[in-house]
Design a protein around this ligand. Structure first.
Ligand SMILES: Nc1ncnc2c1ncn2[C@@H]1O[C@H](COP(=O)(O)OP(=O)(O)OP(=O)(O)O)[C@@H](O)[C@H]1O
Length: 273
């Protein structure tokens, strides 16, 4: 396979003006200027500008087919970019919706995949302990639950000490409770290691709960941006709901007023409107 060319060059030190974490002297973890991606006649990304500060947690929302994965794949270096202005200076790691573990390798070997040092088992073990899987080092991937598989995928990403962590709907296939636990885990790992994060998600609440900044992708460009300054952990209070309504509006979805038309299920199975 021809390796995509992601330019890793010295770039201007101007920090993104709108990011809360950026300091003027710090180079961004991601910088895209006027980026275009086209499949035949389909111009999916159309002159997109994006800057992510080191350590910043950004979530990306957008309708199905709006180009979220295309953008993430570009930043991951998985797609050719031609001679375009894309800079991702540090190490990158990606976690997808499915864990993509090699079934013939034990859990720790999946995490250590591609590492070259002598102490790879120790590093894999440390990463697996961090995601709460220190007891499953020698397990086979087929014996893991969905949540455990995604934890393993997170450990595999973390062990590479990425400056940029790309998350493509990593919690979408998990049940609601496991998803909430994964949110806590990701926030803990992020505050411990502080990579820049780009999280692609369909879930507006997930985006508001986790990110410093939420972007809405529409017609190939960033159509809206919300800075989330609520303290973590974030409760779905009135300020949260106001951000939610604005983001849903940008996505073309009308948010129901609280409880309006909502079905409330009781433990008896009885439901009232
Ligand atoms: N390799 C490809 N060849 C041709 N078209 C592609 C290719 N990859 C993506 N596309 C098209 O680009 C558009 C954006 O796809 P992409 O997967 O980035 O959207 P998305 O926002 O991630 O969608 P979803 O939320 O449904 O996952 C779609 O119309 C898709 O069909």
């Amino acid at each position: 396979m021809v390796q995509p060319r992601i330019r890793r060059r010295a770039f201007d030190t101007a920090a993104p003006s709108s990011t809360p974490i950026a300091s003027p002297a710090v180079a961004p973890a991601v910088k895209l200027t006027g980026f275009v991606r086209q499949f035949g006649e389909n111009r999916v990304i159309d002159g997109l500008d994006l800057s992510i500060a080191p350590g910043e947690f950004v979530a990306l929302l957008g309708a199905s087919g709006s180009g979220k994965t295309t953008l993430l794949r570009t930043l991951a270096g998985l797609d050719p970019i031609g001679d375009q202005d894309v800079t991702t200076p540090g190490a990158r790691a990606v976690v997808f919706q499915d864990a993509r573990l090699l079934p013939w390798k034990k859990v720790w070997r999946n995490v250590a995949l591609g590492l070259k040092d002598k102490d790879v088992r120790a590093r894999a073990e440390a990463a697996l302990k961090e995601v709460g899987l220190g007891h499953r080092l020698d397990a086979w991937p087929s014996t893991l639950s969905g949540g455990e598989s995604q934890r393993t995928a997170l450990a595999r990403a973390l062990v590479r000490e990425p400056g940029l962590l790309l998350l493509d709907e990593p919690f979408a296939a998990l049940d609601a409770l496991t998803r909430l636990k994964m949110h806590d885990l990701v926030l803990n790992l992020w505050s411990e290691h502080k990579p820049a994060v780009l999280l692609v998600t369909h879930d507006v609440d997930e985006a508001i709960s986790l990110a410093d900044r939420v972007l809405v992708l529409n017609k190939g460009k960033i159509a809206a941006e919300e800075h989330i300054t609520l303290e973590r952990p974030r409760a779905p209070d009135a300020r949260f709901q106001a951000i939610r309504r604005r983001l849903l509006g940008h996505l073309g979805v009308e948010a129901p007023a609280p409880h309006e038309g909502a079905l409330i299920a009781f433990p008896t199975g009885e439901a009232v409107q």
